[in-house]
Design a protein around this ligand. Structure first.
Ligand code: FE
Length: 203
């Protein structure tokens, strides 16, 4: 397991949010973050097994890392066959990188007066693809596993502690919002910092 890749990504993201984010330059954070996530997911040898286990139904949202100041979080999103999310928002920037398999994101816009949802663009991601979510551009979508097996995993990076903030799901027919706090599926985070085996292996 090449955990070094994930450690490096965490370090790079921490530097990024310590610089550009401090300046409130969201555009710079997502532009550079997108490249960093693209690099991370161009390899599939670093995600701990326990964070890649197929759930019995629906999807698992495993917290891989949360910045100590909650400026960003990293999640592995593991799909059961043909599962889907409700229509939901995020209320913070997000980057979705496809590690394995495929998923489809159906965007919606919501009419401010009637609250009704209108379907927008549908984007299907394959391995190596990164999708950007920005509240300023509309961040309401529904995501489905494009595969009928357990093969789909995406890695998400958000501009906050995504599992611990209040957001919304929406009734797909009426657009009526409901409060939603997603939480996380895993009770324990992976130990990314045990470097003993590599140190012992050094001559
Ligand atoms: Fe989402």
């Amino acid at each position: 397991m090449n955990t070094a890749r994930l450690r490096r990504f965490i370090g790079d993201m921490t530097s990024l949010v310590g610089g550009a984010w401090q300046d409130r330059d969201e555009a710079a954070v997502v532009e550079v973050g997108r490249k960093l996530l693209g690099e991370l997911i161009s390899h599939d040898d670093w995600l701990p097994e326990s964070m890649a286990e197929c759930p019995p139904h629906g999807y698992a949202q495993n917290l891989l890392w949360c910045d100590p100041f909650e400026r960003f979080s990293i999640v592995s999103f593991v799909w059961a066959p043909s599962a889907g999310t409700p229509v939901h928002d995020h209320r913070m920037w997000g980057l979705v990188g496809m590690l394995r398999g495929s998923e489809t994101s159906q965007a919606f816009t919501r009419d401010a007066a009637t609250g009704l949802l209108a379907a927008g663009k549908a984007t299907t991601l394959g391995p190596g693809d990164v999708e950007l979510l920005l509240p300023a551009l509309g961040d309401i979508h529904r995501v489905t596993n494009a595969l009928a097996d357990c093969g789909s995993i995406s890695i998400h990076v958000y501009g906050g502690n995504i599992g611990g903030v209040l957001r919304h799901t929406f009734d797909s027919q009426t657009g009526t919002p409901s409060p939603f706090v997603s939480g996380y599926t895993n009770r324990a985070m992976p130990n990314l910092w045990d470097r003993s085996a590599e140190v012992r292996a050094q001559p």
